[in-house]
Write a protein that binds this ligand. Structure first.
Ligand code: ADP
Ligand code: MG
Length: 380
C-alpha cells in the first residue's frame, strides 16, 4: 500500500500532499563537517516518503508504516526534547524547531514509509527530518530555502533528539540532485553540484552495509569531536578548517598530544582529499578518485581510529580483488563502506566480499549500487 492510501486508511481523510526525502552516502570528507570543512555526499534512490495533512488545532499525529505501534499523538505547544530513543522525536523535533524559530506550525497528521535502511550509516534519520521539514514548509507556506531547512533539521536532531550530528546529512537529503555529488562547504553551506554518474563511465559505486553497529560508536563520536575542538584551540584557529593543508606539518609539530595530532592530521588531510576528488571529477578522471578514497580509509582507520574489523575487511577485500578504491563511510564502528569498481568487475568484487565475510564468521553484508539521485521533493 502506498503512503497516500495508508494515510487515508489510518486517518480517514485524504492527505494534503506527499513528499519524499532521500538517505545519503558520503563519497569523501568524513568528520570534517563539524570542523566547518568540506564534504561530498550524494543522495541515494532510497527515500522516506511522507503523507501529511495540515491541522490548526495544535495536534501532531505521527505514524510510521515501518514501526509497530499506535499513532503517536502530541501537542505542538507542549513539545519537549524527547531523548528516550523513540522515533517520533525526529519529526516532532522538526515541528518544535520550526516553532522555536517563530514559524506558525499548528499541527499535522503524518504517515510515512521508508526504503532507507536504518542504522546503516545512510542517514535515515536525516531523511525523516528533511521530509518533515519540507512538508511543513510547504503546508504552512514558510518559504524557507533548502539550506535553511537542512539547518533546522540538524538543530532538531541536536537539540530535540539529543544526537550531536553535523549538517552534512540534512544538506545531502535536502539539496542532492540526480547524477551529481554535492560539494558542500560546511562553514557557509554553499554548495556546488559536481557531475558524478559512475554508471555512465562504466563504473559502479557500491554501498556495502556491514549490518553491524558497534556500541562503541556513540561515545567515540563525541570524543573525536572534542579532540578536534581541542586541536583547533591549541592551534589558535576557530575550526580545523582554518588549517591550510600546506601548513599541516608545521601545525602537527606544534601539537604535543599524540591523539590530538592524529585527529588534526585526519581532518586537514580529508579536507584536502575532498579538494582532490573535486579536481579529478572536474577533469573527468573518475577512475583516479579510487586511490584517494582508499587513502581516506587508511586515515579513518589509523588516525581517527573509527573503523572496525568488518569495515576493514570490506576495504581490504575490495582493493585486493580489483576495486579501484574503497573506504568506510559515515560515523564508523559499523554501518557502510563504499567501493568504486569497474561495472564489469562489480559481481566479482561483491562475491569476494561476501565470501570474506562468510569465512570470518560475520553476518552477510548487503550490497547495492549508490546511484546519485534527487534530493527532497514533493511527489503529489
Ligand atoms: P541512520 O540515520 O544512520 O539510519 P540513526 O540512528 O541516526 O541511523 O537513525 C535511525 C533512527 O531514525 C531509527 O532508530 C528511528 O528512530 C528513526 N527512523 C528512521 N527511519 C524510520 C522509519 N521509517 N520510521 C520510523 N522511524 C524511523
Ligand atoms: Mg542518523
Amino acid at each position: 500500500m502506498g503512503v497516500r492510501e495508508g494515510f487515508e486508511e489510518l486517518y480517514g481523510t485524504a492527505p494534503d500532499g506527499v513528499w519524499a526525502a532521500p538517505g545519503r552516502v558520503n563519497l569523501i570528507g568524513e568528520y570534517t563537517d563539524f570542523n566547518e570543512g568540506f564534504v561530498m555526499p550524494l543522495a541515494l534512490p532510497h527515500t522516506v516518503v511522507a503523507a501529511l495533512a495540515r491541522r490548526d488545532d495544535g495536534v501532531l499525529r505521527l505514524h510510521s508504516a515501518d514501526v509497530a505501534g499506535p499513532v503517536v499523538e502530541l501537542r505542538v505547544d507542549a513539545l519537549e526534547p524527547l531523548t528516550d530513543g523513540s522515533w517520533g522525536a525526529y519529526p516532532a523535533g522538526v515541528a518544535w524547531v520550526l516553532r522555536e524559530a517563530g514559524h506558525p506550525v499548528t499541527g499535522a497528521d503524518v504517515h510515512l514509509s521508508s526504503t532507507v535502511p536504518t542504522g546503516a550509516g545512510l542517514s535515515s534519520s536525516a531523511a525523516l527530518e528533511v521530509v518533515t521539514a519540507l512538508a511543513l514548509d510547504d503546508l504552512y507556506g514558510l518559504g524557507l530555502t533548502r539550506p535553511e531547512l537542512a539547518r533546522l533539521a540538524q538543530r532538531a536532531e541536536n537539540d530535540f533528539v539529543g544526537v550531536p550530528c553535523g549538517v552534512m546529512d540534512q544538506m545531502a537529503s535536502a539539496c542532492g540532485t540526480e547524477g551529481h555529488a554535492l560539494h558542500l562547504d560546511c562553514r557557509d553551506l554553499s554548495v556546488r553540484q559536481i557531475p558524478f554518474d559512475p554508471a555512465s563511465q562504466g563504473l559502479a559505486l557500491l554501498v556495502v552495509d556491514t549490518r553491524v553497529r558497534h556500541a562503541l560508536g556513540d561515545g567515540a563520536y563525541a570524543e573525536r569531536r572534542a579532540g578536534c575542538e581541542e586541536g583547533a584551540r591549541q592551534l589558535g584557529v576557530p575550526y580545523l578548517r582554518d588549517v591550510a593543508y600546506g601548513d599541516l606539518p608545521a601545525a602537527l609539530a606544534r601539537l604535543s598530544d599524540e591523539r590530538v595530532r592524529r585527529y588534526v592530521r585526519h581532518v586537514v588531510s580529508d579536507d584536502h582529499r575532498v579538494d582532490r576528488v573535486v579536481a579529478l571529477l572536474d577533469a573527468g578522471d573518475v577512475r583516479a578518485i579510487g586511490p584517494v578514497l582508499t587513502e581516506g580509509h587508511v586515515s579513518l582507520r589509523d588516525d581517527l581510529r573509527i573503523s572496525c574489523p568488518e569495515l576493514d575487511l570490506v576495504v581490504d577485500t575490495a582493493t585486493a580483488s580489483g576495486a579501484l578504491g574503497a573506504r568506510m563511510t559515515g560515523g564508523g564502528f559499523g554501518g557502510s563502506a563504499i567501493v568504486l569498481v569497474e561495472a564489469s568487475e562489480a559481481d566479482t568484487v561483491t562475491k569476494a566480499i561476501e565470501e570474506a565475510f562468510d569465512a570470518a564468521g560475520f553476518t552477510a553484508p548487503r550490497v547495492f549500487p549508490a546511484v546519485p539521485s534527487a534530493g527532497a521533493r514533493r511527489l503529489g
